[in-house]
Ligand binder design. Sequence first.
Ligand code: CLF
Ligand code: SF4
Length: 529
Amino acid sequence: MQQPRCGMENTKGDAMEPGGLKRVAQLRVMQPATSGSGQQGCGSKGASGKSSCGSAAGQGDLTPEIWEKVKNHPCYSEQAHHHYARMHAAVAPACNIQCNFCNRKYDCSNESRPGVVSERLTPEQAAKKVLAVASAIPQMTVLGIAGPGDPLANPEKTFKTFELVQKTAPDIKLCLSTNGLMLPDYVDRIQELNVDHVTITINMIDPVVGAKIYPWVFYNHKRYTGVEGARILSERQLLGLEMLTARGILCKVNSVMIPGINDRHLVEVNKAVKSRGAFLHNIMPLISAPEHGTVFGLSGQRGPTAQELKVLQDSCEGEMNMMRHCRQCRADAVGLLGEDRSAEFTADKIMDVEVTYDLARRQAYQEKVELQREGAAAAMKAELETLAGKQSNISILIAVATKGGGRINEHFGHAKEFQVYEVGTAGAKFVGHRRVDLYCQGGYAEEDSLETVVRAINDCVAVFVARIGGCPREGLIAAGIEPVDRFALEYIEQSAIAYFTDYLERVRTGEIQHTQRGDADIRQGALTA
Ligand code: CLF
Ligand code: SF4
């Protein structure tokens, strides 16, 4: 139900561009965009894929060699994901296995979310698109191939794309995400092409569990079903992981958490991949709804709640770096992880555009980004000192509306997602994100959306925003969530610590009582943006 828009209030004016930096470099169109014809991408009805990754480890925690690889990779570094963007090239339509959470109408569920499909490109079109995106988004540092099927079920297209990009844009990191079935056969090729980041989706190491997830795998010209198929897949995945890490290639493992099927088992998966040298483990929620048309969606298999996911991630964290900022992005995603700019770079818009690849300008822009990161880190460190010597078992979750740059710079009504931080006396850490329906649509408040937002951040004590109107403010307060706009445009972590210090003081003086919040929903419906 639409309601008149509520009045917006804040104390610091409007939000700025992500990171305070302006978007640069518009593409120069040499011919009308409608003339693309033969160079346009295929219809977007491809299969699919998905997965995720990201470490909170910083420069001081890693060897210089690994830091160099992760520092500006938005998936491998949680810090980097506030500042740097990735793009996917959807050049790989075919797949060689079947997952029960996949509907081939959509992108591979190992590297994207159900409900969206990608525009397929030839390697030449993909290479052109990379140049176009890199020129328009200078903080785009990574090209990933993640579908829409499995990249290694389409090896020629995948490697041809990497070859072309390596020649024309050598500063861009190459990244690959695969189900792992064919990985051992291509490890040498991956190394030759300097693909430094590989993601393998590993949902089980026990074929009995695997048989509940994979009805079949197609290997060596033969279809294997049940436990036999799952065994082949698992052996090939783990062998591929060992071979890659032995060559010093950074590996991330994605796992889809499927309650009642592999949720407990993923602790064993975590140990197995750690012992084989995986750098990062990304446990993602199953997103499952009947409208996706998947086996799990149709059978009513549910995904985990936010707290179920967090408990599992926390229990694995002692074993290795956990990624918690994955957005399960589509196979043609473009932009920061929380945004999707793919519509700006469709084949019909870019194939006839002349692009000048200006490496110096990209580097200058990225130097500014680094200065921002240093500013945020210094601000957080200084704020953390105010907590020195404070002892408390209390920790709280805070939801944050942000457009990027590590700042609180999004209006409540414009947020498509909220980032969630856990704050205690040890500091603030990113623990996840929650997708929501827009509260403000076309200038009107969508009152029904407020309920979904409350359910999505129900485990948080506060929500930080750049601005918020009177109606949602009241609704949030009624739900026990404090809307906070006094930190508008400030750095997130610094503000979270400042809020927490004040929170502890209010608890100490009896002004408020600290209670554990409840659980929260992870959005299950089809996502279209
Ligand atoms: Fe793409 Fe994947 Fe490379 Fe990232 S995504 S191929 S590692 S560049 Fe990242 Fe997207 Fe999650 Fe993947 S947020 S789905 S983890
Ligand atoms: Fe679908 Fe699984 Fe193949 Fe990805 S790997 S395209 S999820 S069947």
